[in-house]
Design a protein around this ligand. Structure first.
Ligand code: AMP
Ligand code: GLY
Length: 415
């Protein structure tokens, strides 16, 4: 059983359904895209009792949790308490994403490289803390904010404005890190960790990384900038110490740990953790995974990761481009009709569905990020050409997408 209803879950469902060990897939609540691979049941995935009841009724052997809300709500704990195998961390371990302050303090006590920071509780404290930082300075809400709770203030006035807008609430004020970002996705079952894949997201809404932050407008995998040496450094200095610290404090992390890294002049530093797959990074990663992925996740859930061996990744490169509804990340326009998806998939691309619904037998937009169009190739350039060729076949007048996903890496390839 898979929990969630976005593009990430469509990609997970697609991958799980192709796993030889997956006989049947139930999705809760799912979406019209996921319905191609799973039986969708409309329950609230963040309601522990409802999820346990459905898992028992359907006699599921493994629950895979897609989004963060069920995790912070304790859905994994409830399932484990009923003896149901689950891929996803406990509410306590999900604090790695749910509380930026928790993660920053863990970094301090275990010498994990991250931006220097101060935690504050009131606006007055926060204003005072600004004195200790150069500009630009980064101001973050402590809790979950769907990637939108971060301000990078270029001036003191902007910083004070962000603090005033937040009011008397828990904030983390931190040093601005310079470098390029990369994401590392690591399977963890408490003690063991195993790299699944790297990716790079594009968080700004506009071409050239301009405009407001979004949940992510496109991604590619792997992220070659995270070289094998840097990846091993990130594992040794950041991810493994985190997994060991969590286990030692009685909060073993089970699931996928997503490390958002800044590759600085001094090496990789942790920007943030997420306790679930990234969206749209997951859509880019799933087509690269060979073998029985459901079996892999079942071994993680069982704490038997040492039996996984290696994870085979193919093909060479994948890219996902998000098609969003006009207005996103503000108020997206709803109800725009979508067609041409079969044509878009004719040459091997896959159109995962993120914010769609069916209305009178037609597919229409129902969210900010609507489609996650994904293609693979020998090189990143091939993947890029294939994904944009697929998008050109989609008829969605109310949508828009970035035209430059992968630009930093594509520029490097030109050099
Ligand atoms: P977060 O929600 O912590 O991932 O922050 C969202 C985005 O803000 C990150 O993906 C970065 O692009 C940027 N960001 C966050 N913290 C920093 C930092 N300390 N220095 C530079 N950029 C940051
Ligand atoms: N794409 C960023 C995230 O899932 O948080």
């Amino acid at each position: 059983m898979l929990l969630g209803s976005g593009g990430r879950e469509d990609a997970l469902a697609w991958r799980l359904r192709q796993s030889p060990s997956c006989g049947r897939l139930v999705a809760a609540p799912g979406n019209p895209g996921i319905e191609r691979w799973a039986e969708c049941v409309d329950i609230d995935p963040a309601n522990p009792e409802a999820v346990v009841a459905l898992a028992q009724k359907e006699q599921v052997e493994l629950v895979v949790i897609g989004p963060e809300a069920p995790l912070t709500a304790g859905v994994a704990d409830a399932l484990r308490a009923h003896g149901i195998a689950v891929f996803g961390p406990s509410a306590a371990a999900a604090q790695l994403e749910g509380s930026k302050g928790f993660t920053k303090d863990l970094c301090t006590s275990h010498n994990i490289p991250t931006a220097a920071y101060v935690r504050t509780e009131t606006a007055a404290d926060a204003r005072e803390a600004l004195d200790g930082f150069a500009l630009p300075v980064v101001i973050k809400a402590d809790g979950l904010a769907a990637g939108k709770g971060v301000t990078i203030a270029m001036t003191r006035a902007e910083a004070e404005e962000a603090i005033a807008a937040a009011g008397d609430t828990a904030l983390v004020i931190e040093e601005f890190l310079e470098g390029e970002e990369a994401s590392l996705f690591v399977l963890a079952d408490g003690g063991h960790t195993l790299v699944l894949a790297s990716a790079q997201d594009h968080k700004r809404v506009g071409d050239g990384d301009t405009g407001p932050n979004t949940g992510g407008m496109g991604a590619y995998s792997p992220a070659p900038i995270l070289t094998p040496e840097l990846e091993e450094r990130a594992m040794a200095e950041i991810v493994r110490p985190t997994a060991l610290a969590m286990a030692a404090s009685g909060m073993p992390f089970n699931g996928i740990l997503y490390a958002g890294l800044m590759l600085t002049r001094d090496g990789p530093k942790l920007i943030e953790y997420n306790v679930r797959f990234g969206d749209p990074e997951c859509e880019a990663i799933m087509p690269r995974i060979a073998g029985d992925f459901a079996e892999t996740l079942a071994l993680v859930a069982a704490g038997r990761m040492d039996e996984i061996g290696t994870i085979d990744l193919e093909p060479a490169s994948t890219m996902t481009v998000i098609v969003a509804a006009k207005g996103y990340p503000g108020t997206p326009s709803k109800g725009g009709s979508i067609s041409g998806l079969d044509e878009a998939e004719e040459d091997g691309a896959i159109v995962f569905q993120a914010g769609t619904t069916e209305q009178d037998g037609r597919l229409v937009a129902s969210g900010g990020r609507v489609l996650a169009v994904t293609a693979a190739g020998e090189t990143l350039r091939d993947a890029r050409d294939a994904v944009y060729a697929a998008i050109a076949k989609i008829d969605f007048a109310d949508g828009f997408h970035r035209g430059d996903i992968g630009w930093r890496e594509l520029e490097r390839l030109q050099q």
